[in-house]
Design a binder for this molecule. Structure first.
Ligand SMILES: Cc1ncc(COP(=O)(O)O)c(C=O)c1O
Length: 395
């Protein structure tokens, strides 16, 4: 068995394989140049264009472009006008912004377990977590695999709850042949650099509800309602409600418009490469591979270390993969165990045993549309080398 690079052996790769890579073409560069030359670098006319194109893409009635996915979640929850201390059910396996979406509006996030087979929120545990204060559920389409929307919609309708999808990982994914963005009451997307389509930073909310869309547009822009007397003179306006500066710049939006054109192709490439990697790894019994569901768009390619002994060495395994030249990540640590939530709500280890066990055994591997088969072979070689060394007690 080859000696691990971390122990002085020869690494699988000399040059680090990044966990993600931007897919920027000449069109994105040209679009940014055009905006720079136009002088309209902050506000400009690209926002309406992106919103219209995203509506056309998702078939949602309204799309509102914002400057982050976090802002999208924040304003989606804010639009519901809930009462302080109302409860919002969220998965603990997510980026912290999912839970902060409740916090920003003075609501309480209530953490639900995941289904260990999909890493998505457990429908059964959502049912258990519903109380008379529950007002909304925010499921996350983890890694790009859509949650069981039919079941969650049924529960929301039965209990009169709002359904807000955190679709940061799922831009371009389908549910029953229809694009995500059209199922929940509101859906929040992220355009962060690592996402399946990017603007550098950015977010989008989709909804079919005009009242919410109008209110979110106002809240995005300091609550500024209308020009008074002279629309041509800036500053003559009214402020009718509390608002924020959640505008996305024209520069970022120009990039997003180009990315949207190739989103389906990029998602298809991700899928093909994920399947290729899974084929190379299927003989490794010590790891569980992500599901091969047709509608998975592989924002992340995350494996699970199967037995307890290996999972106990997860962080050493991560370091060993890095030493082999493969950049890896942990998506995510359980949100309910971050000190902010422990201090505020008394959440503690043992609250969500399934989530905690899964989170401690996850390893996310590199995957992006332009990854080559040779690079995928390097990932598989590194995984086999590291996992076999650890499982056979060489380390
Ligand atoms: C699941 C999830 N929700 C929300 C967000 C927040 O998006 P952003 O980084 O654009 O604020 C992210 C992004 O990292 C995410 O992965």
């Amino acid at each position: 068995m080859n000696k691990l690079a971390i122990d002085g052996g020869i690494p699988v790769r000399e040059q680090m394989l990044p966990i993600f890579k931007l897919e920027l073409g000449e069109n994105e560069f040209q679009a940014v140049r055009n905006v720079l030359e136009s002088g309209s670098i902050s506000r400009g006319n690209f926002r309406e264009k992106l919103e219209a194109e995203f509506c056309n893409y998702t078939k949602a009635k309204y799309a509102i472009v914002l400057n982050s996915g976090t802002a999208a979640l924040h304003l989606a929850v804010n639009a519901l006008n809930l009462e302080p201390n109302d409860e919002v059910i969220v998965p603990s396996l997510s980026f912290v912004a999912t839970a902060f979406a409740a916090e920003y509006s003075g609501l309480k996030p209530v953490f639900a377990e995941i289904d260990p087979a999909t890493f998505n929120i457990s429908v059964e545990d959502v049912k258990q977590k519903i109380s008379d204060r529950t007002r909304a559920i925010i499921p996350v389409h983890y890694a790009g695999l859509p949650v069981n929307l039919d079941a969650l919609r049924e529960i929301s309708q039965k209990h009169n709850l709002f359904l807000i999808e955190d679709a940061a990982h799922a831009i371009g994914a389908n549910h029953n042949g229809t694009k995500i963005g059209n199922f929940g009451d509101l859906t929040a997307f992220s355009l962060f650099a690592t996402k399946n389509m990017t603007a550098g930073e950015g977010g989008i909310i989709t909804t079919n509800n005009k009242k919410w869309a109008d209110s979110i547009r106002l809240t995005r822009a300091h609550g500024i309602t209308a020009s008074l007397n002279s629309p041509a003179v800036s500053g003559l306006c009214d402020v009718s409600q509390l608002g924020y500066n959640f505008h996305l710049s024209n520069l970022n939006i120009a990039v997003a418009i180009e990315q949207l054109k190739k989103l389906d192709k990029m998602n298809q490439q991700r899928k093909e490469m994920a399947v290729y990697l899974s084929n190379l790894l299927k003989e490794v019994e010590e790891i569980e591979l992500p599901g091969a569901e047709n509608n998975h768009i592989f924002h992340l390619y995350t494996i699970k270390l199967m037995d307890k002994k290996l999972a106990g060495k997860r962080d050493q395994i991560l370091e060993s993969l890095l030493a082999e030249g493969i950049q890896v990540g942990v998506y995510y640590l359980p949100i309910h165990l971050f000190s902010y939530f422990r201090n505020k709500y008394g959440t503690a280890p043992g609250d969500l045993p399934i989530t905690e066990t899964v989170c401690n055994s996850l390893v996310t591997l590199p995957l992006y549309p332009s990854i080559t088969k040779n690079e995928i072979k390097d990932i598989a070689a590194a995984i086999k080398k590291v996992v076999y060394n650890f499982s056979q007690n060489k380390r």
